[in-house]
Design a protein around this ligand. Structure first.
Ligand SMILES: [Zn+2]
Length: 260
């Protein structure tokens, strides 16, 4: 157990309080989403929804703390090198990032039977090597201070399953923070795995955990370029077997037309 884990153990109660505080702060948005009958109507009420669709092409993690750019778990660390290079070349990637406290890098360490305490190093190393393979700059290792969430836990009640490859919840007001999986550029099997990671983080000790219930479920929000592509991606998500029963709900909306 490293120092951080020990620290987290001791401060567990405090984190619960912090989590509940952030949960309550997010509550008005989720109440409104529910009142509107889902994201599709809710996003119509946002003034600048178009701003949530960007043109950045740096690779970021799916972590809600690293919004902007193209998203894959650990910047693709769970894919094979060949698979990642192919996917990101096609996406026109312009840079690669890594970040502190990456859950995907930790999973990678466990899968490869490496030291999970060195997960950050593996994440950074992967991103640097991927940048070289793609012939684009490595844009750096984002520290906890630079991330859009607290250092010790996740604040996502949502995972965005983004068929546009352009979505950034943080670029406009009124969208809840969430994991972002750039399905546009990532194959179905990998995307399915990444949704599973988002769900298990959100439901676990590092996420909102027990605060997520059938009444207040974790939302997987599909975003498509058109009605047809949104429906197709929604079907894809509904076909995945989710571990958490009715604590997971699938929702969707179509991206604004001139940003498609
Ligand atoms: Zn990460």
């Amino acid at each position: 157990m490293n120092e951080r884990n020990l620290k987290m153990g001791h401060e567990h109660e405090n984190h619960q309080e912090e989590k509940e505080k952030i949960w309550r702060e997010q509550e008005p948005i989720f109440e409104k989403i529910q009142q509107e009958g889902g994201f599709s109507n809710y996003v119509q009420s946002l003034k600048n929804l178009e701003d949530a669709f960007h043109t950045g092409h740096d690779i970021h993690c799916i972590d809600e703390g690293t919004p902007g750019g193209i998203h894959s778990a650990g910047s693709g660390i769970l894919m094979s090198r060949e698979e990642a290079v192919k996917a990101f070349k096609e996406a026109g990637v312009t840079g690669v990032t890594s970040h502190e406290g990456c859950g995907a890098a930790k999973l990678y360490a466990i899968e490869k039977e490496l030291d999970p305490e060195k997960a950050d190093e593996y994440g950074e190393q992967w991103a640097k090597e991927l940048a070289i393979a793609l012939n684009v700059p490595y844009e750096g290792h984002m520290t906890s201070e630079q991330m859009a969430r607290p250092e010790s836990f996740h604040i996502a009640r949502v995972a965005y399953y983004d068929g546009t490859g352009k979505f950034d919840y943080s670029a406009t007001e009124g969208l809840p923070p969430g994991f972002i999986i750039s399905r546009k550029f990532i194959g179905e099997t990998e995307a399915e795995k990444e949704i599973g990671i988002a769900e298990s983080i959100a439901m676990g000790d590092h996420g909102f955990g027990d605060l997520i219930t059938e009444e207040n479920p974790f939302l997987i929000v599909v975003i498509g370029d058109s009605e047809a592509s949104t429906a197709k991606l929604k079907q894809e998500i509904e076909n995945i077997s989710h571990n958490y029963g009715k604590r997971i709900k699938v929702d969707s909306f179509v991206a604004p037309e001139h940003k498609r």
